[in-house]
Structure formats: C-alpha cells, structure tokens
Design a protein around this ligand. Structure first.
Ligand code: PGA
Length: 250
C-alpha cells in the first residue's frame, strides 16, 4: 500500500498582509524533495492574492477555517465555497485555537469538514490534548475521541489529512518526546484504520507544535508522522523551506 505523500503546511494564523507575499513567493521559488506536498494557509483576506502570487509554483494554498453553510446570515464568517473560489485547495479545521477561542466542538468541526468536502477542499483536521489532559494520562483517549467525532463518514471517499497538535506545544517552543509523538500517531493510525479501513491506512498524519528547522528532520522521521503543520516558523520562507528540506518524498 502506498504511503501518503508527506505534506508540510504553513499556518500563518492572523499574520500576513500584502508585504508578506514576498515570503510566499520565496517559498514558491524554493526546492524540495520530489513527492513532498507544500502548502501555505494565510488569512482569508490574502488567499486570492497568494494564489495568484504562487500560480505556476507547486505550493498549495489553504484557508484556516470555514463556516459549515455555503452562504447565509453569518456575519464575519467565510464559507468553504468562498475559500475555494479565492483559490484555496485545502482548509485547516478544528485548530485548537478555534476550539478554545470560538467554542468549536467535535460536532462543529465535523460539520465544517462536510462543508470543505462539498466545496472540493481537502480538510486538515486538527486534534490534540491540553497539558492537563497529558498530565492526567488522557492524551491517547482525547485525540482518538477527537479524531473519531471530528471526522464525518463522508471523508472516506475524499482526500483528507489529520494533524496532531498538542495544545501545550503550540507556540511554546516545547515539543513532546519523539516516543510520545510516535505513540500518539500510532494510536491515531489505529483509530483511522478501524474506522476507514484501507483509506485510514493511507491518510497522512501531520505533527504540529513548535516545529522548526532544527527539529523538523527528527520529527518527520518518526514512524507514522506524515508531515508537519507549522505556525510561527512558516512566516519566514527560509525557516519554512528549512523544515520542508527535512521531509522525504513518499
Ligand atoms: P507553532 O504553531 O508551530 O507556532 O507552534 C503550530 C500550529 O498552531 O499550527
């Protein structure tokens, strides 16, 4: 069975204006191992300009969230169809910052995944335990429950990606041990195979949380780690390309 192509995705969060497109262009001009997929997910306002700036490059462009409905009276929200029309091919869903700051439940995330599929976007579905959950020995239970409830049955016939992002490792400079990353990724793989059979065996499971050029290669070499979701270090092309260089093609 073919291993999934590794994906290195940059999550720009609420960073990025016109001036930042130079960094995106520099990523587009970079080189990386064959078979590795590279994506940048800027704020929604920048998607169309970034997609234009990266036209002709191999870099995919993604959103960071979408509303479950295609349109409607939802002030401030953006639908999956709108992201796709702007040039997005992927969308991050269920990031812990959205779960925490916007009260997103697993059911909300599952509805958003349905929306992404409807619009032809590849969802990157995030799961991860808090520090209290890790210290309470619940990390594996939490992430397997999140992955089960955040993925609707319909994903099995579409491309999708899962990202394991321990909440306490995001933006903190802390990372789990390689053994802990492996244990969680193996548990997620088992949950995905139990649920989706062969499809679940082929889904890329990204690691996210304080990935940087200095630790990317060792993290990306951990069994069942199929790429990285990168926040802070994706804002500078040199750092992001340094991470991409640590991935090996499938
Ligand atoms: P970080 O963020 O790389 O800055 O830790 C990762 C993420 O939130 O996706």
């Amino acid at each position: 069975m073919n291993a999934p192509a590794p994906l290195i995705a940059g999550n720009w969060k609420m960073h990025g204006t016109d001036a930042s497109l130079a960094e995106a262009r520099a990523v587009g001009e970079g080189a990386w191992p064959d078979g590795v997929r590279v994506a940048l997910c800027p704020p929604a306002t920048l998607i169309e300009r970034m997609a234009r700036a990266l036209a002709g490059s191999k870099v995919l462009v993604g959103g960071q969230d979408c509303h479950p409905e295609p349109q409607g009276a939802h002030t401030g929200d953006v639908s999956a169809e709108m992201l796709a029309e702007a040039g997005a091919q992927l969308v991050i869903l269920g990031h812990s910052e959205r779960r925490a700051a916007h009260g997103e439940t697993d059911a909300t995330v599952a509805a958003k995944v349905e929306a992404a599929l409807r619009a032809g976007l590849e969802p990157i579905v995030c799961v991860g335990e808090t520090l209290a959950e890790r210290e309470g020995g619940q990390a594996l239970d939490v992430v397997t429950r999140q992955v089960r409830l955040s993925l609707p049955d319909s994903v099995s016939t579409h491309p999708f990606t899962v990202a394991y992002e321990p909440v306490w490792a995001i933006g903190t400079g802390l990372t789990p041990s390689l053994a802990d990353i492996e244990a969680v990724h193996r548990a997620l793989r088992t949950a995905l195979v139990d649920r989706f059979g062969e499809t679940g065996a082929r889904v890329a499971i990204l690691y996210g949380g304080s990935v940087k050029p200095a630790n990317a290669r060792e993290i990306l070499a951990v069994p069942e780690v199929g790429g990285a979701l990168v926040g802070g270090a994706s804002l500078k092309a040199a750092d992001f390309l340094g991470i991409v260089a640590g991935a090996s093609g499938a």
